[in-house]
Design a binder for this molecule. Structure first.
Ligand code: AQP
Length: 339
C-alpha cells in the first residue's frame, strides 16, 4: 500500500482541506502502517508557482502548512512529509510524462478552464501543465491510494490515462513502469462549499476570508464567520429532501454531521424546524470544540522554523530514495542514455 497526496502551500488551510483531505491523510497513515505500506504527504510548492505568488509568502506558507499537517495528526516519523522543491525527481518525471500527455486531455480539465477563464493566452504554461506534474507526483512513488477531495477526481483520472499510455507505449505487459493510481474520495465532506456562496467550493484562493473557516482561526472568528454565513430565511427541514435547492443550508448541515460524527438525517432530526438563529451557534460551538486542539498544537509548532525545516529535510531524503528507482525505470523505458 502506497498512499500519496499533496496540498498547496498557497494560503491558510481551511475546513474543506481538513474534512475533504487532511483527516483522511491521518486515517491512511494508520492504515498504511497496519498494512506494512508507506504514506507520503507533500507540500505542492512547485504547483504553487503556476499562479502569481509572493516568494516570501510561499516560504512562510510552506512552513505553516507543515505545522498544520503535524497539528492535524500527521506524524513525520510514521509518514514521509516533504515539499516538492526538495525532491527534483517530481519535475524530472513531469518532463518525461509531457511526451505522453496530450494537449486535448489537458484542454478538457475543468480546473484549467475555471482558473484560466477567458484569458487562456495570458496564463502560465505551468497552469496548463499542472495536471502532468500532479500525475508525476503520484506515479513517482507507485501510489496505490490517493486520498483527495472531489475537485481532484478529474486530475486523478488523467494521471491514470497518462500511466496507462506510457505503459502501453514503452513497456511490456509483464513489466509496466507505472502503477495506476486510485483516487480515494471520502463518502462525505468531499466538497465543502464556500460560506458566502453555496455553488463555489471553499478554497484558499477565494479573496474573501469570510468564505472559509481557516484551521488557524480563533474561537471568536469562527463564531463570527458562521453567524455571518449566507443562508436562506427558511428553517432547517426535518428530512434531507428538504435541502434540495438550498446549497448553503445543505453545506452547513453536512459540516455539522461530519464534525459530530452523525448522519445528516440525525442532524435534521435534531434541528429540523429550527431557524439558523438556533442552528448557527450550535454549529459554531461544535467547530470551536473540534478545531481547538489543532489550533493549540499549531500555535506551539509554528514558531520553531528550525524544527519544521528539519522535518522537511528528513522527509525529502526519504522521498528521494523512494522516487529514484521509478524515475530510472522511466528514463530507461524511453531509451534515454544516462552514462
Ligand atoms: N472545499 C473543499 N472540500 C473538500 N476538499 C477540498 N480540498 C480542497 N478544497 C476542498 C482538497 O484539499 C486538498 C488540497 O487541495 P488544494 O491545496 O488544491 O486546496 P485548495 O483550497 O483547493 O487550494 P487553492 O489554492 O485555493 O486552489 P483552488 O483555487 O483550486 O481552490 C485536495 O485533496 C483537495 O481535493
Amino acid at each position: 500500500m502506497r498512499v500519496v497526496s499533496g496540498i498547496q502551500p498557497t494560503g491558510k488551510p481551511h475546513l474543506g482541506n481538513y474534512l475533504g483531505a487532511i483527516r483522511n491523510y491521518v486515517a491512511f497513515q494508520d492504515q498504511a502502517e497496519a498494512a506494512g505500506g508507506v504514506s507520503l504527504y507533500f507540500l505542492a510548492d512547485l504547483h504553487a508557482i503556476s499562479l502569481a505568488h509572493d516568494p516570501a509568502e510561499l516560504t512562510a506558507n510552506t512552513r505553516e502548512m507543515v505545522a498544520t499537517l503535524v497539528a492535524c495528526g500527521l506524524d513525520p516519523a510514521r509518514s514521509v512529509l516533504f515539499n516538492q522543491a526538495q525532491v527534483p525527481q517530481h519535475a524530472e518525471l513531469q518532463w518525461l510524462l509531457s511526451g505522453t500527455a496530450r494537449m486535448g486531455w489537458l484542454n478538457r480539465m475543468t480546473q484549467w478552464k475555471d482558473k484560466a477563464g477567458k484569458n487562456r493566452e495570458g496564463q502560465s504554461v505551468a497552469l496548463f501543465t499542472y495536471p502532468v506534474l500532479q500525475a508525476a507526483d503520484v506515479m513517482l512513488y507507485q501510489a496505490t491510494h490517493v486520498p483527495v477531495g472531489d475537485d481532484q477526481k478529474q486530475h486523478l483520472e488523467l494521471a491514470r490515462d497518462i500511466a496507462q499510455k506510457f505503459n502501453n507505449d514503452f513497456c511490456t505487459d509483464a513489466a509496466p513502469v507505472f502503477t495506476l493510481p486510485e483516487p480515494i474520495i471520502p463518502p462525505e465532506a468531499a466538497r465543502i462549499m464556500s460560506l458566502r456562496d453555496g455553488s463555489a467550493k471553499m478554497s484558499k484562493s477565494d479573496p474573501s476570508d469570510m468564505s472559509r473557516i481557516n484551521l488557524t482561526d480563533d474561537a471568536d472568528t469562527i463564531m463570527t464567520k458562521i453567524k455571518k454565513a449566507r443562508t436562506d430565511p427558511e428553517p432547517l427541514p426535518s428530512e434531507a429532501k428538504g435541502l434540495e435547492g438550498r446549497a448553503e443550508a445543505a453545506n452547513l448541515a453536512e459540516i455539522y454531521a461530519v464534525l459530530a460524527g452523525i448522519s445528516l438525517a440525525d442532524v435534521l432530526r435534531q434541528f429540523g424546524g429550527q431557524g439558523f438563529g438556533q442552528f448557527k451557534p450550535a454549529l459554531g460551538e461544535l467547530l470551536i470544540e473540534k478545531l481547538a486542539p489543532i489550533n493549540l498544537r499549531f500555535n506551539a509548532l509554528r514558531q520553531d522554523t528550525a524544527a519544521l525545516d528539519a522535518i522537511l529535510r528528513d522527509g525529502a531524503a526519504r522521498a528521494r530514495a523512494l522516487a529514484i528507482p521509478t524515475l530510472d525505470a522511466a528514463y530507461a523505458a524511453l531509451g534515454l542514455l544516462r552514462g
